[in-house]
Design a protein around this ligand. Sequence first.
Ligand SMILES: NCCCC[C@H](N)C(=O)NCC(=O)O
Length: 470
Amino acid sequence: MDSKRAWTVWGVGVFAYLIAVTQRTSFGVVGLEATARFSASASALSAFTVIQLLVYAGLQIPVGVLVDRFGPRVMIATGAALMTVGQIQLAAATSVPGGVVGRIFVGAGDAMTFISVIRLIPAWFPSRRVPLLTQLTGQLGQFGQLISIAPFALVLHAWGWSPAFLGLAGLGLVACVLSTAALRNAPEMSGPAVELAGIKETAEDLARAWQQPGTRLGMWSHFATQFAGNVFVMTWGYPFLVSGQGLDPTEASVLLSLFVVVGIICGPLLGGWVGRHPMRRSTMVLAVTFAITAAWLSVILYPGPAPLWLLVVLVLILALGGPASMIGFDFARTFNPSRRIGTATGIVNVGGFIAALITMYVVGLILDLLKNSGFSGGNLYSLDSFRIALSFQFIVLAIGVGAVIGMRNQVRRRMALAGETVPPLRQALADNARRRAQYRSELRAGRLAGRDTAGRDTAGKHDGGPAGQD
Ligand SMILES: NCCCC[C@H](N)C(=O)NCC(=O)O
């Protein structure tokens, strides 16, 4: 394991995911062209994204089950093939129903990709590397959004609708061929790569994955941390910044790009932290959720438009939600046997996307209601309307926090029955500080004698630091 082959498999998996994110986000930059091509209203256009995301979320659990049954390779290749078909359909479509069918294929193919790639990691790498590689996978994939924003938009404006979508279909084809050629579900020496379970066994596995409180802790962690960022980047962030806060469109675009970049930088840091403190994962989830709540409260309660620095802080904290949501997948992996990881990962991945879909929809609904009631003074996107509509997020955040605490208590009770207790945070921090101090003093004493704490000769060597276990 951990060989050149493992890195190749992971690299191809990440590439397939990155291309899936490009396909997923491609519709976000074609609003004006799509309005003209399909002669569609704003609500008909929003159906493209909503239906695509509904298909994505609805397929997570079935796909998770299928990944455990057939293995990641066939799922990733099939997903890329479906997205290719979807984009060819969209390239040719001239009506709303025709276009929506294309997006359904894209949503279905996209749904197969991420959880299959996540499933490859524990099969190819030692467990100490898994949290960091899981984070890196999630964050590197987000570069796919940058492909939609720049090269795809350029081709669209230079050559038009059909060549641009056929180009995306070409990328899907490359991902399909590469996955088929280079991916293997597991190293040969680890025995049969995929155990083919029967239908009854599969149903039992699904029930067991759901009954495991660790899986549901993962799902609620994903729910609490990811949705606010999704809602901001995919729907309401841009109109809130431009129409509500009065930023110019360039400033708003820079803030939205900052979101992607911060996620990419913070992902590995959070992944490393989770690897070192596996007993504190839910504390990190709660800390990020409280930070998101505090940031939104500050912006919403600020009298008048918020200063730019506060909006930057909001974006930075919302961006932390992406890496924090990946902790949910770590719960799925560590609380389930390897044959159920795909199923459990699928369950976890439903959390954030369902929360995002509900919030996107309800915020839109509240904005419409406020406009129809005359509250907005005819401006659908007035700052006061946004203040009220976006406050719906606090309800979703509160549900997330309550559920994470409830599931964490269940998990800890089960662990206690198995003889494993999680020390209170204060005690863990004090123990950690004491261990570090002891390590340093032993190291100093060892250095004076020319030996390290394990009794090896240390002359001329650097201090690697303590293991840092909680
Ligand atoms: N904005 C950062 C996104 C991180 C990945 C995210 N937590 C996730 O669940 N991804 C699933 C997917 O299919 O992209």
